[in-house]
Design a protein around this ligand. Structure first.
Ligand SMILES: [Zn+2]
Length: 119
């Protein structure tokens, strides 16, 4: 399934072209990338900037992660990735707490088992 998402990120218009075999993975990525920039913490929608950070994992390797920052209250939302290449998700906007390394925020992945989903 091929999808194109065009959106504003900071002062640029960015076009994402997705080509995923699994339609739900493609749709999930599109939904995540097209999500409204809205701060869960202070409810502002016109003060979100996208940023990147570099962090070091436990083995000493470097990696980049993407986050959205609210310039009004300082809360941040990090882009998480489902294991197995199943797509992305945005973590809730939260104020950075001193003493918690940023890479810890990235490493705990949000995973929901099918048997945990109420039907
Ligand atoms: Zn905010």
């Amino acid at each position: 399934m091929q999808l194109t998402i065009k959106r504003n990120i900071n002062k640029a218009v960015v076009e994402f072209k997705l080509d995923e075999r699994d339609e739900k993975v493609a749709l999930g990525k599109a939904i995540t990338l097209a999500v409204e920039d809205y701060c869960d913490n202070c409810k502002a929608s016109n003060s979100i900037v996208w940023r990147q950070n570099k962090a070091t994992d436990e083995k000493g390797g470097n990696f980049i992660y993407i986050k959205r920052r609210c310039t009004k209250c300082g809360a941040e939302s990090t882009l998480g990735e489902y294991q197995g290449g199943l797509g992305y998700f945005w973590k809730k906007f939260e104020l950075y707490k001193k003493g918690i390394p940023q890479d810890k925020i990235v490493e705990d992945t949000e995973e929901v088992r099918l048997e945990d989903v109420p039907f």
